[in-house]
Structure formats: structure tokens, C-alpha cells
Design a protein. Structure first.
Length: 193
């Protein structure tokens, strides 16, 4: 596509000047204060999924400049991302700071899944979750292959909310969003068709 669009030289310059095979010191500091990221995965057939992960600053642990990890919790039981990783270990992460620096960081690599117990044996310094009763079931480890900037040009600046406005760890259907998109009614309408 770069050849068709005439951007080969510009792309090669970007690769030379912006893409690293692991995180540098500024990237490590950036990841360490992020409270959210987006995770892209695909199954063995290439069917894609993109999801959102969030937690307190540093919920994504930088274990080494070439390895990051985050905890996976109980969730809705679908396990789409983890299931995809088991079939196809290639992942793409993007961290976007909407509040302070208004910049993004892409981290691409391959992932493995480990139990919480195994991760804590290998990395005893991993933080414990501060939400009462919530503990990771497993961790996703990403072995970094590429790390590079996402420019600030179109990133909106957002407003922070207080912890009281959030619903961390809740099972309250209404606070989780309920059936916001009215899927239950749509599915009920298909019964008998």
C-alpha cells in the first residue's frame, strides 16, 4: 500500500526515527501512569476484537523494557481477548493520555497467559488490587516487538471523574450500563421468526 500511495520513503523515515523494539525510559514512565488502554486481538482465522482495559495508574505493569503485563478479572465470562490470544498470540495495545500529555503510545507484540499465582511467584512486587474482593484470575503478558508514538493531532482532551463517580468492580447491572443498546428487546423480537 505504501508503494501505491507513494509513501515508502516517509514510512521508512518513521520506522527509523520513531519505532523501537522495546520501551524506552519515557515510554515506561508513560505506561506507568496510564489508567486505560485498548487491546486488539484476532482469533486463528483473523476475526478481530478490540476491547478496553482500565485500572489505577500502573495497572499495566512494565516488567522489563520488553515485557508488559496486566491483570484479567472475572468479567462477563466471554473471555474474547484471552481466547483470541490462546489461538493467535499477536496483540496490539494503544495507550492514549486524554488528560495530561494528549498523546498515544502503540505497543505491538505477542502475548501469553499466566495464572495470578505464577505471576506473583515470578514478580512478587506486582501490586494488589485496592478494590475489596477483586483479585486477578490471570495475567496477560505482552512481549514487545514494536513501540511507537500515536500523534496528538486528533486526540480529544477529556475530563477526569472522581472515584465516587466510577463503579469499579460492581455487579450492579444499572451501574454497568444495563441493556443500554436494547439488545434483549431485539433478541426477543427474533424468537419465533
Amino acid at each position: 500500500m505504501q508503494q501505491r500511495a507513494g509513501t515508502v520513503e516517509r514510512a521508512e523515515r518513521f520506522y527509523r526515527q520513531q519505532v523501537l523494539p522495546s520501551l524506552n525510559e519515557r515510554m515506561i514512565e508513560f505506561v506507568g501512569r496510564q489508567e486505560m488502554m485498548f487491546v486488539a486481538t484476532a482469533d486463528a482465522l483473523g476475526h478481530c476484537d478490540n476491547t478496553f482495559r482500565a485500572g489505577p495508574p500502573g495497572f499495566v505493569a512494565v516488567l522489563t523494557p520488553g515485557r508488559v503485563a496486566w491483570p484479567e478479572y472475572r468479567g462477563n465470562g466471554v473471555l474474547a481477548s484471552v481466547g483470541n490470544i490462546v489461538e493467535n498470540p499477536n496483540v496490539g495495545l494503544i495507550f492514549i493520555d486524554f488528560f495530561r500529555d494528549v498523546i498515544g503510545l502503540h505497543v505491538n507484540g505477542h502475548a501469553t497467559i499466566a495464572s495470578d499465582a505464577d505471576m506473583r511467584r515470578e514478580f512478587p512486587h506486582l501490586p494488589l488490587d485496592t478494590v475489596p474482593g477483586r483479585r486477578p484470575e490471570r495475567w496477560v503478558n505482552v512481549f514487545v516487538e514494536e513501540a511507537y508514538i500515536h500523534c496528538a493531532k486528533h486526540i480529544p482532551r477529556l475530563r477526569r471523574v472522581t472515584d465516587e463517580e466510577r463503579a469499579w468492580g460492581t455487579d450492579d447491572t444499572r451501574r454497568k450500563g444495563g441493556d443500554f443498546f436494547a439488545v434483549a428487546a431485539d433478541l426477543a423480537g427474533t424468537v419465533g421468526r
